[in-house]
Design a protein around this ligand. Structure first.
Ligand SMILES: Nc1ncnc2c1ncn2[C@@H]1O[C@H](COP(=O)(O)OP(=O)(O)OP(=O)(O)O)[C@@H](O)[C@H]1O
Ligand SMILES: [Mg+2]
Length: 213
């Protein structure tokens, strides 16, 4: 595959959407493709509605994992893989590491099962670079104050702490791919570090400007 696949991860309110927008405008000459999870296709947005609705509190952790996997499967087939095959840069707000952090470390599902599920629903497509926005959950919650909560965001501090620790463990396991950035600082500082990581990666990847433009 010729393009470059970047994912952005982190707990609720860590700044993923803001940083994604910053990276997309930094890379605008390359016509990058931005996606979000769950969602990003017609089918995946329908699944997103199911997942985030408070009325669906009877969804069990395993069902939840399968719904995320279905949403991701469609997003990979319909958007991410075709874009990469066309040589584009794809920037995803959440991807496979969210499954391991939330359904695994957060909800307690077996990590090997989830790794298999990730493998199946993506056909093995992994990000080339993952930016992990690490933040104290209390700060994340404060930042999101005023925004309406969805089912998953109503989980509270102990859950967010488990997810945060899970993400950091994933970064320890794959330090080459997952770059941890202290997201508890100003947006400008966080974005600077994120853009530096992206630039470094693109230089190293030898992404030739003619090819991506
Ligand atoms: N470094 C920062 N300092 C202060 N405020 C920030 C920072 N980054 C983002 N914000 C603000 O915090 C809120 C949450 O940021 P954002 O929506 O980007 O996070 P997110 O990780 O995408 O959250 P969600 O989990 O809700 O999707 C927004 O109102 C955003 O403007
Ligand atoms: Mg967001």
């Amino acid at each position: 595959m010729m393009g470059v696949f970047i994912s952005i991860e982190g707990i609720d309110g860590s700044g993923k959407s803001s940083i994604k927008e910053g990276i997309l405008s930094f890379l605008q000459d390359y016509n990058p493709v931005g996606v979000r999870e769950p969602g990003g296709t017609f089918i995946s947005e329908k699944i997103r509605e199911l997942l985030l609705d408070f009325k669906n509190s009877s969804i069990t952790p395993r069902t939840e994992a399968f719904l995320y996997a279905s949403s991701r499967s469609q997003l990979v087939d319909e958007v991410i893989r075709p874009a990469l095959e066309a040589g584009k840069i794809v920037v995803a707000d959440r991807y496979i590491d969210s499954t391991l952090a939330y359904q695994g470390y957060g909800r307690g599902l077996d990590l090997e099962f989830l790794e298999m599920l990730n493998q199946l629903c993506t056909g093995g497509l992994k990000p080339d670079l993952t930016i992990l926005l690490d933040i104290d959950p209390e700060i994340g919650i404060k930042r999101r104050r005023g925004k309406k909560e969805d089912r998953l965001e109503g989980e509270g501090l102990p859950f967010q702490e488990k997810v945060r620790a899970g993400y950091l463990e994933l970064a320890r396991r794959e330090p080459e791919r997952i770059k941890v950035i202290d997201a508890g600082r100003s947006l400008e500082e966080v974005l600077n570090d994120a853009l530096a990581a992206v630039s470094l990666f693109l230089q190293g990847s030898g992404l030739n400007e003619d090819r991506a433009r």
